[in-house]
Write a new protein. Structure first.
Length: 325
């Protein structure tokens, strides 16, 4: 097969990649041709994800760093950054969270695509996005008894002791700046806010129906990942504790099944899609758990309190499987 220019050029290196592809295909039970097709993709981000996240190549190796520079120069990234000076300015129609083109989504896409970390040219975007989610309105909690009352003022309504906050927004922003290596002290504000609004069962939910009492998968997986990235980078115990509680929301439900009867929780959870933005599905859940595992050099078994069995066992930082009911 023909490899793109960032792939190893020597015959020995190509043979090594082919062997790794076959080994990964056996491990993950996918056709070897599929992995080889991914390695031959014209999209550098696809090759980066395959080589680092499937084949397990060292992300700090010279070859992978060169591949990430190819991602920086790709047409997709150039398109994402083409209007960086226009999007999200005060007074413009296309605000920071403008779907799906605002600066919030630009940072999320760059983080997902494997854009090289530490780019100071992204700081103005970072400041706009993190500043937007650190606005005073998110520090104003108020009690509300009814859904109508929850919409009567700006801030975060607290109903039946639970903060009704779309935490996926702040969680996504935190994850983006951490993965992109551009987080500064502003990120600490997001880290403080997320555990503050965490629900008793470990997740988050913005449902303003007073009777809502269970966390939302859509609103929980991104805060979990953002806090996990922060805990990894800063050795932050409170963030790590919040991640463990959030993981229980998913692990206790086998990532997509109801606790009560084992049925699929929502049809969207088993309908794969990409990009995810803030929408959860089983693939988002699996990759989220894998990302959390990767952030630890050696993880102890994560156990669900709703079962005596370990639902996600790890050894040397690698997932070894999950039990099912």
């Amino acid at each position: 097969m023909r490899y793109p220019r960032s792939c190893p050029s020597t015959a020995g290196a190509r043979r090594r990649l082919a062997i790794e592809a076959d080994s990964a295909a056996t491990l993950w039970r996918v056709p070897g041709d599929l992995i080889r097709t991914l390695l031959g993709s014209a999209e550098p981000s696809i090759r980066w994800k395959t080589r680092v996240r499937v084949l397990g190549e060292d992300p700090r190796s010279r070859a992978i760093l060169a591949l990430r520079e190819e991602i920086r120069a790709s047409s997709r990234v150039r398109a994402l950054l083409s209007r960086r000076t226009q999007l999200g300015r005060p007074g413009t129609a296309r605000q920071v969270y403008y779907k799906w083109q605002g600066l919030h989504w630009v940072l999320a896409a760059l983080a997902d695509l494997g854009y090289p970390p530490g780019d100071a040219s992204l700081h103005p975007i970072r400041d706009r996005v993190v500043g937007f989610w650190s606005d005073a309105r998110y520090f104003h909690d108020f009690e509300a008894k009814t859904k109508a009352a929850a919409y009567r003022q700006r801030g975060v309504p607290v109903m039946e002791g639970r903060h009704r906050r779309c935490a996926s927004q702040q969680g996504s922003a935190l994850r983006s700046v951490r993965i992109l290596g551009i987080a500064d002290e502003q990120a600490d504000v997001l880290v403080e806010r997320l555990p503050h609004s965490q629900w008793p069962d470990g997740g988050w939910n913005c449902d303003r129906d007073p009777s809502a009492h269970t966390s939302s998968f859509n609103e929980t997986w991104l805060p979990m990942l953002g806090l996990a990235a922060h805990a990894r980078d800063k050795k932050h115990r409170a963030a790590a504790s919040a991640v463990k509680k959030a993981a229980e929301v998913f692990l206790g439900r086998r990532l997509f099944k109801r606790i009560s009867d084992g049925r699929v929780m929502h049809a969207d959870f088993v309908a794969l899609h990409y990009p995810h933005y803030w929408h959860y599905d089983i693939l988002a859940g699996l990759t989220a758990m894998a990302d959390i595992v990767r952030s630890r050099t050696r993880a102890a078994p994560m156990r669900s309190t709703s079962s005596r069995k370990s639902v996600w066992r790890t050894e040397d930082g690698q997932p070894t499987g999950a039990t099912t009911r």
